[in-house]
Design a protein around this ligand. Structure first.
Ligand code: NAD
Length: 456
């Protein structure tokens, strides 16, 4: 393992030279990143194919394309975001002006997962560079080809004292966490998130945690069933269900369960064919351990759709289980695979109570035409973010900061949200020296009376 301590020391020294704070430097770095990604597109597509059997379409749409779009958006707006923001000044501070300066933290550590191994390493990098930081990326060891491609791309364009990729597993991650970095940005599971926060707490390092959990999807009786079925099938089975914001489980109203089941079956066939296991573009499960874990869930409830798998290729066809309750093993933790359990309900209150009894979700999806139902769900359930009448799509809007709440994460990013996440907001009061208002001083005559005129 390369000497991590000396790398962090070099990055700190480079940061203190002040180059990364210059707007021109940041814009140039983002341009270089964009160019290198474009030049290495084939290499990346190949790596994603080898690591996860991602099809070219999925790999481009959900990894390379979204990253290029994030760079384009950031370059377009960075000058505005980076300007000191002049804010109001209260009358008690007469004579002064007030500003909020966005300044980089210093050395940012980005630890990323395997499910979107390129996007989830590079999107935080874009925000970190935009804000003027130096960055160390620790990509996932479970997708080694993509991690290697990321390391290659970064080494091609950036000196290590500015951006470096350190490949390795949990032990490497721990070694990095033992260093004095200035910001930690972690994307991964809830249990590891707790370990990361504990390490950050020891040094009081600010951090963002992008975690996971069980994200509900509610299909109410007045939903547009055909569209709901198609949009849920897309969001759930994209990347073989290995998406942090995938609908984890369904709550379907009893009145429409049969009609929904028929429409859902049709949607799966439309998207993946009659025999999904023979579809060469089906993304695979990342490891044998995860495959076994998912295969174990197939015993729960009743099989409604799918259920076939191929251990050799680590693929599982889109599967739906009915007659599920919160007691089933599939309902205990995030599923993170192409298996969708269905709970039924009669009253919306059952859904709300059911979700309240579990950790606050990362995402929530509701399919309903009724404004009243939409408001009731939005007003009564806390979740990171989500969609009404769609799934997953909120994730790719640069105008919607993305993140969880409590057990599903702390902090948010994307678009300006990324710039803000990687910037410390330094509040500064610029006071006049032309005069000096006396009220605050203890020797002023009738001081208490006068101060009460202002502070009431
Ligand atoms: P993970 O938590 O196992 O690993 C994530 C990263 O942490 C990897 O780089 C890994 O090497 C490192 N790591 C693992 N154990 C560690 C330890 N003990 N100490 C320090 N570092 C350690 O997560 P994963 O399996 O790669 O990813 C899947 C999880 O990530 C799911 O729970 C999913 O919901 C979540 N996720 C969240 C988002 C989001 O944006 N909120 C996005 C994608 C994935």
């Amino acid at each position: 393992m390369e000497n991590i301590h000396s790398l962090i020391t070099q990055q700190k020294a480079f940061f203190h030279m002040g180059k990364t704070k210059k707007l021109a430097f940041r814009l140039d770095a983002l341009e270089k990143l964009r160019g290198a990604i474009k030049n290495n597109e084939d290499k990346l597509l190949q790596a994603l194919k080898l690591d996860l059997n991602k099809s070219e379409f999925e790999a481009y749409a959900s990894e390379i394309g979204v990253v290029l779009e994030e760079i384009r958006f950031t370059i377009k707006h960075l000058q505005t975001w980076a300007k000191p923001e002049k804010v109001k000044t209260p009358i008690t501070h007469m004579g002064s002006t007030s500003y909020i300066y966005s300044e980089p933290y210093g050395v940012a550590l980005v630890i990323s997962p395997w499910n979107y191994p390129f996007q989830l390493a590079i999107n935080p990098l874009i925000g970190a560079i935009a804000a003027g930081n130096c960055v160390v990326i620790k990509p996932s060891e479970l997708t080694p080809k993509t991690s290697e491609a990321i390391a290659h791309i970064i080494a091609e364009i950036f000196p290590r004292e500015f951006v470096a990729v350190i490949q390795g597993d949990a032990e490497t991650s721990q070694a990095l966490l033992a260093e004095d970095v200035d910001y930690i940005f972690f994307t991964g599971s809830v249990p590891v998130g707790k370990i990361i926060m504990e390490a950050a707490a020891k040094k009081l390092t600010p951090l963002t945690l992008e975690l996971g959990g069980k994200s509900p999807c509610i299909v109410h009786k007045d939903a547009n069933i055909k569209l709901a079925a198609k949009r849920i099938a897309w969001g759930k089975f994209l990347n073989a269900g290995q998406t942090c914001v995938a609908p984890d489980y369904l709550y379907v109203h009893e009145d429409i369960k049969d009609g929904f089941a028929t429409a859902f079956k049709e949607s799966i066939t439309e998207l993946y064919g009659d025999t999904p296991l023979h579809n060469s573009e089906l993304t695979r499960i990342v490891s044998e351990r995860h495959f076994e874990r998912l295969a174990g869930f197939l015993q729960d409830g009743d099989l409604l759709i799918g259920g076939k798998s191929d251990k050799e290729q680590l693929i599982i066809e889109p599967t739906v289980l009915t007659n599920i309750t919160w007691k089933d093993s599939i309902m205990q933790d995030e599923i993170f695979g192409p298996i969708l359990p269905v709970l039924e309900y009669n009253e919306l209150s059952e859904v709300i109570t059911g979700i309240h009894n579990h950790p606050k979700p990362l995402a929530l999806y509701l399919f309903s035409e009724s404004e009243e139902v939409q408001q009731e769900v939005l007003n009564s359930i806390t979740f990171g973010g989500g969609c009404i009448n769609d799934t997953v799509y909120h994730f790719v809007s640069p105008y919607l900061p993305f993140g969880g709440v409590g057990p599903s994460g702390i902090g948010a990013y994307h678009g300006k949200g990324s710039f803000d996440t990687f910037s410390h907001k330094k509040s500064v009061l610029k006071q006049t020296t032309l005069f000096d208002i006396p009220f605050r001083y203890p020797n002023v005559k009738n001081g208490l009376k006068k101060i009460k005129l202002f502070l009431k």
